[in-house]
Design a protein. Structure first.
Length: 55
């Protein structure tokens, strides 16, 4: 699976970066996912207040 970030919706709030258990998300202008480290746990999808992340 791949984590997709809708850059139009992302407000760079950092919630996903803080929530990710394996530090696979880094937020600068928008959230960027490191697919190599992502374990598809869906935590970031649940935590994003903008519903900007999907799997
Ligand atoms: S699905 Fe889980 S491991 Fe992957 S980026 Fe989101 S919180 Fe991190
Ligand atoms: S939680 Fe959602 S809105 Fe916040 S930085 Fe992550 S993707 Fe963007």
């Amino acid at each position: 699976m791949a984590v997709n970030v809708d850059k139009e919706k992302c407000t760079a709030c950092w919630a996903c970066e803080e929530a990710c258990p394996v530090e696979a998300i880094k937020v600068s202008d928008t959230a960027e996912v490191d697919e190599e480290n992502c374990i598809d746990c869906v935590t970031c999808v649940d935590e994003c207040p903008e519903e900007a992340i999907s799997l």
